[in-house]
Design a protein around this ligand. Structure first.
Ligand SMILES: *[C@@H]1O[C@H](CO)[C@@H](O)[C@H](O)[C@H]1NC(C)=O
Ligand SMILES: *[C@@H]1O[C@H](CO)[C@@H](O)[C@H](O)[C@H]1NC(C)=O
Length: 446
């Protein structure tokens, strides 16, 4: 098959100059013009690898076009509202599979809340961010109750890449919020095959980067940067998302570096530098008597420093569902208030009533957790009615730098695989009666 195509091409190449060279060239030009007409605003770049390996009928769809926001009227002066230009560039890029929308370097684009959306968009669109995008800070630019600034929804194959910066200019939200709802800077919703790489997201109004209802997410080589005292500025927030990898990234913010919420499974976090911030958290889960299901989470080879917590699982009283199969391995903590924490009595400041039900927690493994803490090395506060089970600790080396509290466990069943420093003698070894917990686990299996 390959040989025969090669032969035909060879024959054509030999044949064209002899006989129909001019006609063939004319035809080619005609074709090119037609393509241009079709995609007037696109800078055409054809990937030779596609052209060579694809049947000609598919070549057309597989060619990739570039849509630069400057060509759609963006000023990039940091003052002019460039939202319309971004929308237009997206609209054009969206129509073609594997096209690229470019936000070029050397310019600053002021962009109001915008949705890059499309169940009807082509697959595998690239958002090439080399310049800087900034958010408006006046309340007029924001609709009421807007949950996000830059939204990517219902896409199949979407990549944000480049060395550019997304700056939420969030300091006004941290002090005196111009909107009633603080927006997330970048939010992906209902998308699959999502990649975010290279970029910096900084000074978010609230959460920097959020994935909700997404499958197959890759985040790597990104930077999140906000001051440690900026309120609610989570780094990466995951919800109802599966098959997520976050690695080789530096996350500094004022809340959880990574927060894993209900509906997440198959999350792998590796080689992350977290701090300042509140550490890496599963939860909070089960607020307002809701059901939460989280499973198969691994956090490994990660540094957590200058933060409220190291690794934490937090659930509200009154919830249901479960957290299962979680591994924290090779974690270096330094200057964290509490290094290892499970809190099934999580309460966000206000008064919380005591309730009997809880999100069940089981199969939590801590392996090779080392470093320093300022208050608590280990704090396990598990529910009276639904104790934590199958909690294992292996190679724990934690040193105090200020206060030195003993490891604390309440209703925590599990096992020490090695001796630990400090010694932990508060784990319970017997199995608890499983009735309530079991129904919680069952309710999460689908
Ligand atoms: C979690 O992992 C277990 C064991 O590897 C697997 O059987 C199960 O299907 C996974 N669950 C989810 C929801 O990914
Ligand atoms: C909840 O229970 C704890 C522990 O039994 C107790 O110390 C606390 O006072 C209770 N809180 C309320 C609001 O009843």
């Amino acid at each position: 098959m390959k040989i025969s195509i090669f032969r035909i091409l060879t024959v054509l190449l030999v044949w064209i100059p002899e006989d129909g060279g001019v006609a063939a060239a004319g035809k080619l030009k005609q074709m090119q013009q037609r393509r241009r007409g079709w995609r007037r605003l696109a800078d055409e770049t054809f990937y030779p690898s596609y052209r060579d390996s694809m049947p000609s009928s598919l070549q057309y769809r597989k060619t990739s076009a570039i849509f630069n926001v400057l060509k759609f009227g963006a000023k990039g002066d940091g003052r002019t509202d460039d939202t319309k230009a971004f929308e237009a560039a997206w609209l054009a890029a969206c129509k073609l599979e594997a096209s690229t929308m470019v936000v070029p370097k050397g310019s600053v684009f002021l962009v109001k809340p915008v949705s890059f959306s499309g169940p009807d968009c082509g697959w595998n669109i690239v958002f090439q961010l080399d310049g800087k995008i900034i958010a408006p800070t006046d309340s007029k630019s924001w609709g009421s109750g807007l949950l996000q600034w830059l939204e990517f929804t219902k896409l199949n194959g979407i990549t944000i890449r480049g060395n550019g910066v997304i700056d939420g200019q969030g300091s006004v939200w941290w002090t005196d919020s111009p909107t009633s709802t603080k927006p997330t800077a970048v939010r992906f919703y209902g998308s699959s095959d999502v990649t975010v790489t290279g970029i910096t997201i900084q000074n978010s109004q609230q959460t920097h980067l959020k994935f909700d209802n997404c499958q197959s997410v890759q985040v790597f080589d990104i930077t999140v940067s906000s001051p440690g005292d900026s309120p609610n500025t989570d780094g990466i927030h995951l919800q109802n998302s599966q098959d997520v990898t976050i690695h080789s990234s530096k996350l500094a913010c004022g809340d959880d570096c990574v927060s894993i919420q209900t509906g997440c499974s198959g999350v792998n976090i590796q080689n992350v530098d977290c701090g300042p911030g509140h550490g890496i958290s599963i939860g909070s889960l089960g607020k307002d008597n809701t059901k939460a299901c989280v499973s198969n989470i691994t956090v490994s080879d990660t540094k957590i420093h200058d933060s409220l917590n190291g690794v934490r699982i937090k659930t509200w009283q009154g919830g249901s569902g479960s957290v299962q199969r979680v591994t924290f391995a090779n974690i270096q903590v330094s200057n964290v208030k509490t290094a290892i924490m499970i809190d099934q009595y999580y309460c966000d400041g206000s008064k919380c009533r005591n309730m009997t039900s809880a999100v069940a927690v089981s199969g939590i493994s801590y392996r090779n957790i080392r470093g320093t803490y300022t208050v608590n090395p280990i704090h396990f506060a598990c529910s009276d009615t639904s104790p934590c089970t199958d909690v294992t600790l292996d190679t724990i080396q934690l040193q105090p730098v200020q206060e030195n509290h003993e490891p604390f466990c309440w209703n925590t069943y599990g096992e020490l695989k090695t001796s630990t420093n400090p010694p932990i003698d508060c784990l319970m070894v017997a199995k608890p009666s499983k009735k309530q917990a079991q129904s919680n686990y069952d309710s999460c299996e689908v």
